[in-house]
Write a protein that binds this ligand. Sequence first.
Ligand code: ADP
Length: 499
Amino acid sequence: MNAPITVKRLGEDASKFVAKEKKLFIDGQWVPSANGRTIDVIDPATGMIFDRVPDGASEDIDKAVAAARKAFDDGPWATMTPADRGKLVWRLGDLVEKHADELAQLEALDNGKPVTDARMGDVTFSYELLRYMAGWSTKITGQTIPLSSGAPFHAYTLREPVGVCGQIVPWNFSFMMAVWKVAPALAAGCTIVLKPAEQTPLTALRLAELVEEAGFPAGVFNVVTGLGETAGAALAAHPDVDKVAFTGSTEVGKKILDAAKGNLKKVSLELGGKSPMIVFADADPSVAIPAIGYGIFYNMGQTCTAGTRLYVHKDIAPTILAGLKDFAAKMTIGVGLDPATQIGPLVSQEQFDRVRGYIQAGLDDGATLLCGGGRFGAEGYFLEPTILTETEPHMSVVREEIFGPVLVVATFDDDGFEEIVREANNSIYGLAASVFTRDVSRAHKVAKKLKAGTIGVNTHHVIDPALPFGGFNQSGWGREQGYEAILLYTEVKSVGVAL
Ligand code: ADP
């Protein structure tokens, strides 16, 4: 296979990793897939194949689940003290930090995203989260419960790990999404079978090497690369998996639910979004413009919380739109591995076609193109940052998740907030939302009324290892990050001792 030119930009460690033959990580061993088949890994900046990973399927999932089951029920993991478990998770965080540049480069090559964002965002967040969750290992407790009936029992609860977890993650933040799931599950004492997205499997395999290096017992963490409909579906349906955690589209989230019902495994879902950003007439443009710009264009809009719908008061709209057009024009478009890049390619040809299809549908429906809309460069899946104005609530670009660098804009002239908040809430999703105003009272009132899991005031993307993250409506079930994530990976048991 001829390596694309981008591979030459990798540092030495990332190059060595790409050059290795990729295998599945099951029960502490590196093994080929049972069917011997592979999946091509494509560089989105050039469209060229630069690596291959095993095309794992149900037989491999069976083996991985059996290893995770054994490690959960009988292995040293089952009897390890919370302090030792916490130390391992912390050590994994240290290893991720030690190899942060390499991981960021792998992610930038595999996904196309800007390497600077991958390093400062995805990878930094991941090691900080591992350390944050390591701290919870020793702080997971039950309660002593005074019985309301006055029954002569000493009653208390135990909070125990839920068991074997199937974790299925998407391609947009492949490494960080994996760590979002792996960190709390390990801290809680669960065992894991991770299935990365077929478009971006590399960093999950590198994570497995770091898990091995950290010294986790065999079987605690397993990785099966493969397709969603085969490996993913087998994992979601597996009768010996106790919980499935999924991040991806709402459409596939519903399939996960269906698959999970056979053994009624626990399910947590982090799904799509169509997040609104509301700009009132008193907003500070110097704050709102960059926040909205990054709110939509960060990670090329391939972000579940992307601020995709902009509602701007008509009095401030000319200033905000002129500022956003200028912001978009100044973004540096280029290959992800260039540290100066702010906009890389979309992840795949499929995604590129899908996003362009939405832009065309918006124009056909009568929206106006303020900027962008076109392909950038001659190869790869680069798309200009795009802004569509004069959109109407019924248009598909306003209703559906585009998952690309496309902002849709509508103006409003109401000086209250009830009506515009109703419009912002008029969505099947509810992942994030933001409000821009200098009126503190209005900011709090609007934050309370918006139906979304995370609200930004004078900012858009709000994430932190300690802050619960998840969706209202069809944006999902459950909350990741913070102690809420520990709750997702534990079960409560009540014990009554007759006195
Ligand atoms: P996107 O639309 O962002 O590509 P998907 O929701 O299709 O995201 O995929 C997210 C993850 O779900 C990927 O790891 C993918 O392989 C997996 N997946 C896709 N289809 C299924 C399925 N039917 N069952 C289980 N996992 C699936």
